[in-house]
Structures are given as C-alpha cells and as structure tokens.
Ligand binder design. Structure first.
Ligand SMILES: *Cc1c(COP(=O)(O)O)cnc(C)c1O
Length: 382
C-alpha cells in the first residue's frame, strides 16, 4: 500500500474551524431543501406523470408574447451581460404603473428583493414583524442575517394588524404584510391597510408583498402602488412568477418612494437578473391577448370545482384570493404528501408554515384538479 498522500493529510489539518468561524444564527439555521427534479421524483415514488401543484405556478405558462420572445432569444446574446439595472424593463414598468423608473428595483425573483430591503435597513439587534403563517422567506432572510423576527399569529386566517402594531418596539425596522396572504388567501381592504399605515407612522418601513396582485378581483382590494405617494415608507413587491408565468426565469421587483429606493439600491447585486428574463418580462407586460383574463377564468373554475368536490368529501378548506387553497386533513400532511406523490400529485405540506395537518394546493387546469381530488380520496381512504 502506498503511503497516504501528504496533500490529503494536510487538507485534513487545514479543515476550517467551523465552530468558531460560523455565527450562531447560521449554525442554528435549517436550510430549505428544494424538491428533486421530476425524473428523480417519478423514479422515487413510482409514478408515470407528475402534477406539480406545490408552487402556485401558472398552468397556462407565460403570455403568448413572452413565449415568442423566449423562442426567438438570439443565442449569441447568451454571451453578453444583461442590463445591470433592467433599464428598459423599469422604463416600461414605470409607464405601465404611472411611476418613475428610479422608483423600481428589479431582482432575481421577488425573493431577492426581500434580501435587498432587509440588508438596507436592518443591523444586528434590529427586528422585523410579520405573521406566523405567511410566506416564509421574510423570516428566513432575517434569521440567517442575524436579525430578530416577531411572528404574530393570524386572526381568522388573516394578518392581525392590532397584534403587529403591539409587537413593534424601538428596534423594529420593517413590517411585512403579504396581501393577499400566501397561504391563507386573506387580504386587507384599502381602509384597513391605510389605517395600519397611519398607525405605523414614518419611523419604520412597511413592505406590502403583492405577489398575487393580478389574481384579486375584489372591489375593496387596494393597489399598494397607489399608496406610495401618501406613504413614502411603503415598499411594494410584485413578481412575474405567478400570473405572468415566468417563475423559471426568476424576475420580480420592488417599488417605493425615490428616496427609499435610493437607499435600497445600495444593497442590490447588479447583473443578478438575466437578459432573457428581462426581455420576457417586458413582453409579458405588453401582451394584450387576454392572458390575465384567461388565467383568472381558469382559477375561478378550478376553485369552484375543488370547493364542491372537497365539500362533498367533508374536507374543510381555507380559500380566499390567489391561485391556491388550503385543505385541512384528518392526519399528517407530510404523510399525505408521500401518499399523493405516489399518485403523481405534488402538493405543499403545511407543517413548514406552522400549519400541521394542512396542505396547500395550487389551482390549475381541470385535468390536474381531477387528478388531485382522486389522489386525495385515495389518501383519505387508507
Ligand atoms: C411566490 C412568492 C414570492 C416570490 O416569488 P419570486 O418567484 O421570487 O418572484 C413572493 N411572495 C410571495 C407571497 C409568493 O408567494
């Protein structure tokens, strides 16, 4: 046997001392484990097709105009850096919404802009306030950045404005409100939101996450962008991942007052948004083929179908706005996940959202909804 090579021996000696190198808040953080690719999952669970109903994607895909841009993307442009600040897209968004281009920051999904805002305003010892059962990324980014998090329980499946205001202290920098809320579909009316903003005052930032804005058709549902003029501490998130069907290209944005965005811009990573995503988002915005109308009609139909079928099964649901709903199960959601995967249905188990025994299902084409109901019946049956 040859002697152990000295190089690998010295590598062991050079192991970094992770006990002293890693901050406690990173050591204690549990990483999010994304699902495996379809082919791996189908092998693992022995199913021949897989409906992904776990991420609230648009089953109609991107609008036709954006599809065309994706098909025609010049391969040679793959070699070129994109616009570092999504210039053309910001100009188009500004005219679409009636804003200044410099009020907008585009990110690699709305996920990335969450980090921009937290980095811009929070330092060690500060905290953010949000709900216990909402989009988890606000909490995750804060925790792995060493920032405190105050999670206020939902009341009647919705954000508790009074509870959130009570939780605010000197160290609170940002309050995150998801409107409508993922996963419960609840929303604050314009009156309620304005009262909240009045009560918060100008010493803190309020983030209004409107990832599902384009799905909501209620009269009293506020457009956060129209409130920025009166409330310059308001920052609004939008995304191209949900209604616009571009989740795979990763593009979302935030909007705020010029002075606030000027600060947040300092924490942006330029070039994080790729060229194809910028081009496709621009085309999605300009598309006039009724993509939003068609998607809304599909979601209405699917929601009505599930309401009826789940009602017949006696399964309680939590359903509001957005392209998803929650089903309460008599038993474990993680077990139901595995059983439904064997039937080729991927749902979101809600234990991670602090909703044990609940699953969230994305509203999609009828074929998928029928397959979901069949798999759920089988799961509940035995
Ligand atoms: C999906 C989602 C986002 C982020 O979407 P991106 O794909 O990162 O743009 C943000 N907030 C909520 C509530 C969401 O559901």
């Amino acid at each position: 046997m040859p002697a152990r090579p000295i190089s690998s021996y010295s590598n062991i000696m050079m192991q970094p001392n992770l006990d002293t190198l890693v901050p406690v808040y990173i050591r204690e953080f549990e990483p999010y484990i994304p699902s495996k690719p379809d082919a791996e999952l189908m092998k693992l669970y022995g199913c021949r097709r897989l409906y992904r109903l776990n991420n609230n994607e648009n089953p109609l895909g991107p609008p036709p105009g954006a599809q065309e841009v994706i098909r025609r993307f010049p391969p040679s442009q793959g070699a070129l850096y994109p616009s570092g600040d999504s210039y053309d897209l910001r100009v188009a968004l500004a005219s679409f919404h009636g804003l200044e281009p410099d009020q907008i920051l585009v990110g690699n999904g709305a996920n990335e802009v969450i980090a921009f805002v937290i980095k811009a305003f929070c330092e060690q010892g500060d905290n953010i306030v949000t709900a216990d059962k909402t989009f988890a990324v606000y909490e995750w980014v804060a925790v792995f950045s060493g920032i405190g998090v105050r999670l206020i329980p939902l009341t009647e499946e919705g954000f508790d404005d009074v509870g959130m205001l009570k939780a605010v202290d000197k160290k609170t920098k940002i309050l995150f409100v998801c409107n409508p809320n993922n996963p419960t579909g609840s929303y604050w009316s314009k009156g309620r939101l304005k009262a909240f903003l009045d009560a918060v005052g100008n010493e803190r930032i309020v983030v209004l996450d409107e990832a599902y804005f384009e799905f909501v058709e209620q009269e009293d549902y506020p457009n956060g962008l129209s409130l920025i003029g009166d409330y310059p501490n308001l920052v609004v998130f939008r995304t191209f991942s949900k209604m616009y069907g571009l989740a795979g290209l990763r593009i979302g944005y935030l909007v705020g007052d010029l002075s606030v965005v000027d600060v947040i811009r300092r924490t942006c990573v330029v070039y994080s948004v790729n060229r194809l995503a910028q081009n496709a988002a621009l085309a999605a915005l300009r598309d006039d083929t009724g993509h939003i109308r068609r998607t809304r009609a599909l979601i209405r139909e699917s929601r009505a179908f599930l309401n009826e079928e789940l009602g017949r099964l006696g399964q309680p649901i939590i359903s509001g706005e957005g392209n998803f709903l929650i089903v309460r199960l008599p038993g474990s959601d993680t077990l139901a996940y595995r059983k439904m995967m064997r039937e080729g249905i991927m749902i979101r188990p809600m234990t991670g959202f602090r909703y044990p025994n609940h699953i969230r299902v994305s509203l999609a084409q009828m074929e998928a909804m029928e397959a979901f109901v069949a798999a759920l019946k089988k799961t509940l049956g035995g």
